[in-house]
Ligand binder design. Structure first.
Ligand code: ADP
Length: 191
């Protein structure tokens, strides 16, 4: 069975950067719900229009929209190891993921938590200059609140299922990458 890894962590924890590296180095298909939503918004699809308002506020997009999107995305990578970046973000999504993976004859291999404190996140995002509309300081605060309230319960959820690998994400990109690879040793697609 191909590996299925979830990357969990607050906004600005470096999930996107690390996901790209894991894709390039280990051959994962990296599925980033934030990127998929931004593409949908830029393409002006129905999904994109419905998602845009929530994203601009720093709120989560409704579960039903996300679930349909991730279903499709996982279906198009059936024979590859998958890395999920930005999904699940709620306990409801995590519950749904179990069934989605089952439907594709997969199961979760591991969940990597990129642990980065709020002050480091705020500093990193304020230094980021890629012009994302949701990177304004008040929106970043909102995204962090939403993370703690809606997404952080997944840490306990996945710990209880023996899947969580906690990685200290407050280091430079190379050091964090090495920690992730160590955390995934034995759970990598090369196994
Ligand atoms: P970050 O992790 O830095 O906040 P993302 O690119 O992962 O950035 O997500 C940007 C926005 O996209 C989120 O603030 C949210 O509005 C929306 N989004 C992404 N993934 C999900 C998800 N799984 N459920 C609900 N909303 C999501």
């Amino acid at each position: 069975m191909e590996a299925t890894i979830v990357l969990l962590g607050p906004p600005g924890s470096g999930k996107g950067t690390q996901a790209q590296r894991l894709r390039d180095q280990l051959g994962f298909a990296a599925l980033a719900t934030g990127d998929l939503l931004r593409e949908a918004r830029d393409a002006g699809t129905d999904l994109g229009r419905r998602a845009a308002e929530c994203m601009d506020r720093g709120d989560l997009v409704p579960d039903d929209l996300i679930v349909a999107m991730i279903h499709e995305s996982i279906a198009s990578h059936d024979d590859e190891p998958i890395l999920l970046d930005g999904f699940p973000r709620t306990v409801t999504q995590a519950d749904v993921l179990v069934g989605v993976l089952e439907a594709h004859a997969r199961e979760l291999t591991a969940v990597v938590l990129l642990d980065v404190p709020d002050d480091v996140v705020a500093e990193r995002i304020s230094g980021r200059r890629d012009g994302r509309g949701d990177d304004r300081p008040e929106t970043v605060r909102r995204r962090l609140d939403v993370y703690h309230r809606e997404t952080e319960p997944l840490v306990v959820y996945y710990s209880a299922r023996g899947l969580l690998r906690r990685v200290d994400g407050a280091h430079d990109t190379d050091a964090v990458q090495a920690r992730i690879r160590a955390a995934l040793a034995g759970a990598s697609p090369a196994r």
